[in-house]
Write a protein that binds this ligand. Sequence first.
Ligand code: ADP
Ligand code: 5GP
Length: 193
Amino acid sequence: MNSSNDFQGKAVIISAPSGAGKTTLVNKLLKAKLPLLFSISACSRAPREGEEDKKDYYFLSVEEFKEKIKVQDFIEWEEVYQGNFYGTLKKEIERIWKEKKHVVFDVDVIGGISLKEYFKENSISIFIKPPSMEVLSKRLKKRKTDNRESIKNRLEKSFEEMKSIDKFDKIIVNDELNISTKNIIETVEEFLK
Ligand code: ADP
Ligand code: 5GP
């Protein structure tokens, strides 16, 4: 999928249990002066307040999503939460590499492992670890984007996801935000060298 003779597009894969802070850290990373672009995933959940189609996600109906699965438009896809599908579009990577930028993924833990298997040494997979499950629970509540049931589901899933931490190239504990921001930027800078 390399788009030119002298540019080797790479992939930066960021995964974490929901609420650990990966969106926050991905946004910090994208603001650093590095040649990176965010891979906009497709998803079938409804947009949250402030989210925009084609910027945060390609928002699709379940039917549209399933059609794309059928025609093999995805590198990976998953029903991350019951009834909510998320997936990485092949075309999105082509678009980013054509612009001579490296691609950044914000995906769940299983998606991160799949993408690492797909991009291999051309990628770095980073696991954002919450300081503790108590802090994770507090952050989800404070974010106010999920109801009780959804927070419960996300926390249950987190316990499972923590078991896969060793499959990642690098672990960053997101405790003090300034420190984890510096850590993620330095890690990615080093990988892109
Ligand atoms: P994720 O994308 O992993 O689900 P978010 O980036 O949405 O997580 O972060 C979850 C909540 O925690 C948000 O309200 C965010 O502002 C907050 N948060 C993120 N990182 C930190 C941190 N290091 N310290 C305190 N709060 C944080
Ligand atoms: P949210 O609903 O909070 O935006 O995202 C829910 C979860 O889906 C997060 O862990 C997010 O990283 C993950 N996710 C977003 N896009 C993709 C994707 O393309 N593939 C996979 N496997 N997970 C994704």
